[in-house]
Design a protein around this ligand. Structure first.
Ligand SMILES: O=P(O)(O)OC[C@H]1O[C@H](O)[C@H](O)[C@@H](O)[C@@H]1O
Length: 636
């Protein structure tokens, strides 16, 4: 069977009678290397289970290797017996390192200096096997009754990791639907869309991170996996790995050895894998949302006729938004850019938080004189927009626009955001009759708080982070960049129908007071126990502020602090602003955000914070960025 994955991802499953024992298509040197590896590992087994294996491992851009191994169908040998009890400890640290909060993340290909591959096909295989066990336990069903969907962004390591993960799942008898190129929100939707309803879904992505990284996001119909689920999953994966280990083989060597995963794949069943074109189903779902939202009196089917909307997909998975959602609704999408998936991300960082990405989107919009621009991240769980004027609308501005839309639909509702949102945003939300709950950084935290408020009988319809992750209660609490962008499109058309022109932000955002300056500094913590070090610095910062911030006037801890310490500053004469010092969610860093209402004020605030560091003599905290970022200190 040859099957085509969605959006051009092509893979082949060859039935045994059509295939040689294995076939290799790659440069001669690599061919010999893999043939030795394959022979070594296939030799000695009493036969080869019908299996297909596609490897798109790459040693570099121009020497990518594609291997297809299709073997004769005979009974699969039984999985190797479990090893000694203590075996998982040998590999668990390798798996544990892959945890990144509620995701799995790692370096998936060598080639970048000092970045050694740690998310290997072997790890993907056992994570797949572990996911099968975890879902089976969660739903109290045998693994053989499970169905799991697997999608990926265009990263160069995506096909290999998808094949490995699918092999791990099928080794437990799970039926796997491979979607090829997909988006993170689409993967969740595949768990709840009628006719699909997968028990679990995995998105292979590392969001906006560089080409050498990759990772997994996991979903069930209940939403994304939580941090504890990932910890448990990785423990299970280490256990599966240890149980499959050949006696005498160094487990950590096997972790890095792609041939080892090939031998493990002998226990998988490719017949359980099918290729499913789900993205068109998801695109149709988005079209319906826009059609219903606009409810155009005369052009229900094609409500975007007469509108020009450009999409900048940054060569990630989001190109379908222009071609499969907006164009069929009648929009002119000419001038859209970087719609073609390219796992090297050659044009700009696909990240709506990034000024360069927003500037690229704004340039494309101005060039084509479009009415609206949409910028999405690689896996499309985040977005931002560009107004017809060319003004980038991300971060606080995007939250403000989404808050405006939400409060029109749900008057008085609460809007949960992350901790670095501006004071102007609070004033904007309150002026629209809403309540602003400024919580912690981290989209999971933000969405989780909204869910918690609602479960306690509260009223929270929108949860949104400055990073561009935004979720609405009405949309399964799912952070979906295309859903947020769809809400903006609906607003644009509605306003145009009301005779207010096509610039969605023209008069709305004038009510959002913006700071004169906003800066972020990331300060490295050098202690081995950086968490304890960070906690110590934060406690000292708290005490310093409470004790009067070394004579500073008008520095006061904010009433509600959910992470680190946010200090409001009002030194008189309009010298207002705020300072937030907090620990990074994932990295050994402290993050300092400052905002000032007057030009030059950010530097003055940073200088004051530097005084704190100098007084405390925190030599192991790298404050050099504070000096670099503020070379001319202004005292006011
Ligand atoms: O704490 P930081 O290092 O600033 O990172 C925080 C950010 O990490 C990731 O990118 C998450 O997706 C964001 O939701 C989160 O806000």
């Amino acid at each position: 069977m040859a099957a085509k994955g969605s959006y051009g991802a092509r893979a082949e499953l060859l039935p045994a009678h059509q295939a040689p024992a294995w076939a290799v298509c790659c440069p001669a040197r690599k061919q010999r290397y893999f043939s030795r590896r394959l022979q070594k590992h296939f030799a000695g087994s009493d036969g080869l289970h019908a299996t297909s294996w596609i490897i798109a491992a790459s040693a570099g851009r121009h020497s990518s290797v594609r291997v297809t191994a299709a073997a004769a169908a005979v009974a699969a040998p039984a999985p190797p017996a479990a090893q000694a009890e203590e075996a998982p400890d040998a590999v668990f640290p390798l798996y544990k390192k892959l945890q990144n909060g509620s995701d799995v993340r790692g370096i998936a290909v060598d080639g970048v200096k000092d970045e050694v591959r740690n998310l290997t096909p072997t790890a993907a295989f056992f994570i797949g096997a572990a996911m099968a066990e975890q879902l089976a336990a969660r739903f109290s069903v045998p693994t053989t009754s499970l169905r799991v969907s697997v999608g990926r962004d265009p990263r160069i390591t995506g096909p290999l990791l998808a094949a490995s993960l699918a092999a791990g799942l099928t080794s437990k008898g799970v039926r796997v639907a491979r979607f090829g190129l997909a988006t993170t929100p689409a993967m969740f939707m595949s768990c709840i869309t009628a006719g699909y309803e997968y028990d679990g879904a995995v998105m292979i992505t590392a969001s906006h991170l560089p080409y050498n990284r990759n990772g997994f996001k996991f979903f069930t119909c209940d939403g994304g996996f939580e941090k504890d689920d990932i910890t448990q999953l990785l423990k299970l994966a280490a256990g599966e790995h240890a149980a499959a280990e050949a006696p005498g083989l160094d487990p950590s060597a096997a972790y890095q050895d792609d041939a080892f995963v090939l031998s493990c794949a002998l226990h998988s069943s490719p017949a359980l894998i099918e290729y499913v074109d789900f993205m068109p189903v998801y695109a149709a779902h988005l079209r319906t949302i826009i059609q219903k939202g606009i409810s155009h009196p005369s052009k229900y089917e094609r409500p975007l006729e007469g509108f020009h909307v450009i999409v900048d997909a940054g060569n990630g998975s989001g190109g379908f938004l222009a071609t499969d959602v907006l164009a069929p609704l009648g929009a002119d999408v000419s001038g859209s850019q970087f719609l073609d998936p390219d796992g090297w991300f050659p044009n700009h960082v696909p990240n709506p938080e990034d000024a360069g990405a927003m500037a690229a989107g704004a340039r494309a919009l101005m060039r084509s004189k479009a009415d609206l621009g949409i910028v999405v991240d690689t896996d499309v769980d985040r977005s931002a927009v560009v107004a017809a004027s060319g003004a980038p609308i991300n971060s606080n501005r995007y939250i403000a626009l989404m808050a405006y839309i939400t409060l029109r639909k749900y008057p008085g509702t609460t809007i949960v955001t992350d901790s670095v949102t501006s004071n102007g945003l609070t004033a904007f939300i309150e002026a629209q009759g809403g309540r602003h709950f400024r919580y912690r950084r981290g989209y999971k935290n933000v969405i989780g708080k909204g869910v918690e408020l609602n479960e306690a009988g509260g009223n929270c319809e929108l949860m949104m982070e400055t990073s561009g992750h935004g979720a609405m209660r009405e949309n399964y609490y799912l952070d979906d960049g295309t859903y947020s962008a769809s809400q903006i499109i609906i607003l644009m058309v509605q306003r145009a129908l009301e005779g207010r022109g096509k610039d969605v932000a023209a008069d709305l955002l004038t009510q959002l007071k913006e700071p004169a300056e906003a800066r972020e500094f990331r300060l490295k913590l050098k202690d081995a126990d950086f968490q304890a070090q960070g906690a110590g610095v934060l406690q000292a910062f708290h005490d310093w502020v409470v004790a009067g911030a070394a004579g500073a006037h008008g520095w006061a801890l904010e009433a509600e602090n959910w992470e680190g310490w946010r200090v409001s500053v009002d030194e008189g004469g309009g010298r207002k602003g705020w300072v937030l010092l907090r620990a990074s969610l994932h990295d050994p860093l402290l993050v300092l955000n400052v905002e000032s209402d007057i030009p030059g004020g950010a530097c003055a605030l940073v200088q004051k914070v530097l005084e704190f560091f100098e007084e405390q003599d925190w030599t192991n905290t790298d404050t050099s960025r504070l000096y670099d970022g503020c070379s001319v200190m202004v005292r006011y």
